[in-house]
Design a protein around this ligand. Structure first.
Ligand SMILES: NC(=O)c1ccc[n+]([C@@H]2O[C@H](COP(=O)([O-])OP(=O)(O)OC[C@H]3O[C@@H](n4cnc5c(N)ncnc54)[C@H](OP(=O)(O)O)[C@@H]3O)[C@@H](O)[C@H]2O)c1
Length: 347
């Protein structure tokens, strides 16, 4: 049964006209809205709350959703989308991304998994389907960072290419208009670009003022791939198990707070404005109407000044928040082994 919509589909009077939201042109010529709504509720936002936020956000003018099978809420989001389509929203007005989870990298699993996300999201096709992590290492939701799956393995390029060949078939079959990567590195993308028949159109990566990844970011853009920036506000409500004592807080940075005070907005909005102006596509998560509306308004309001942009460029702390420890494959490893810091892929 469909959940009743708190916010029926009709443009909210205080919303943003979606045609005013900037868009990025991909190498295929397709245009993707330059801000999307993140839908990972983690431990603190239920699937139904996320689905209601999707309904409210589309009413407020969002046209881009960042979904994933592992977020455990595609069915609920699909129910909401179905109602919106029935009330007149057209499928081609939306950009919908989903992602292949790590337990479905195997032969014949990719296409079935993509079909399942399409069925759950009730959306006929995906605008983008991404390989969520470049390893088939599986872990149960909510496990501790020390958990390791027994079959965990390092990045093995031949295995990844078998998965990628199936991703390419999704484009041939019309199930995904674009395919892409997530949680990659320069080295891994170089290998993929060498061997791909269809290159990734987008690469989802952690990007926020305290983690700007300038080298990787410029590399991705130089390849004609659009960077999508996840955790753009610095994921302030991520679970305790994903925090380490050295983590810094973007929305408390004096530079961000100073600009926010001047503009009369929350520091989160400054992070979003900076991201869009820098050229990545931020996908902030919010289940609070005031906040997701403020983020979207940030995308269409007066840009930050060149001085603001320079000041924010200078506060990078190289502080990765989503370290991925659960995907390590040996004892006594450090999370840095996942990210090829010296340019070599750890084995
Ligand atoms: N590819 C990957 O491996 C990967 C990894 C992580 C995340 N992601 C994607 O990226 C999305 C965003 O990342 P994230 O969820 O980690 O973190 P985030 O977007 O940086 O932060 C989300 C938090 O910020 C708060 N917030 C949002 N807008 C705000 C505003 N204007 N004022 C005050 N607080 C605000 C939200 O609270 P309220 O709900 O109260 O507004 C929420 O707790 C995810 O949902 C997911 O779609 C992808």
């Amino acid at each position: 049964m469909k959940p009743p919509l708190d916010v029926p589909f009709s443009a909210a009077t205080d919303g943003v006209d979606p045609t005013l939201v900037p868009a990025r042109t991909l190498y295929t010529g397709s245009r993707m809205p330059a801000i999307g709504l993140g839908t990972f509720g983690s431990d603190h936002v239920s699937a139904d709350q996320i689905a209601q936020a999707v309904a409210g956000a589309i009413g407020a003018g969002y046209r881009h959703l960042d979904c994933a099978r592992v977020y455990g809420n595609e069915e609920q989001i699909g129910s909401v989308l179905d109602s919106l389509f029935e009330s007149g929203l057209r499928r081609d007005e939306l950009w919908i991304t989903s992602k292949l989870w790590n337990d479905k990298h195997g032969e014949d699993e990719v296409i079935a998994s993509c079909r399942q996300s399409i069925a759950d999201l009730r959306c006929d096709y995906l605008d983008a389907y991404l390989v969520h992590w470049p390893f088939p290492n599986f872990h149960p939701p909510g496990c501790t960072v020390e958990s390791r799956s027994p079959n965990a393995q390092p990045y093995i390029h031949d295995s990844f290419m078998k998965t990628w060949r199936q991703m390419e078939m999704l484009v041939d079959l019309g199930l995904a208009r674009h395919i892409g990567t997530s949680n990659m590195t320069v080295r891994k993308l170089q290998l993929l670009l060498r061997d791909a028949r269809i290159k990734p159109a987008v690469n989802e990566m952690e990007l926020h003022p305290h983690f700007q990844q300038p080298g990787f970011f410029e590399f991705v853009r130089a390849q004609g791939i659009q960077p999508i920036g996840y955790s753009p506000i610095g994921s302030p409500q991520r679970p305790e198990r994903d925090r380490t004592p050295d983590d810094t807080v973007d929305i408390e940075d004096p530079v961000i707070v100073g600009i926010a005070r001047r503009l009369g907005v929350h520091p989160a909005v400054v992070c979003i404005k900076w991201a869009i102006q820098r050229g990545q596509v931020p996908i902030p998560q919010s289940a609070t109407r005031r906040n997701y509306l403020a983020n979207l308004r940030g995308a269409v309001s007066e840009p930050l000044t060149d001085d603001d942009m320079r000041a924010i460029a200078a506060i990078d702390r190289n502080c990765r928040l989503i370290k991925g420890q659960v995907f390590l494959w040996k004892d006594n490893q450090s999370w840095e082994d996942l990210w090829d810091l010296n340019g070599a892929i750890a084995q």
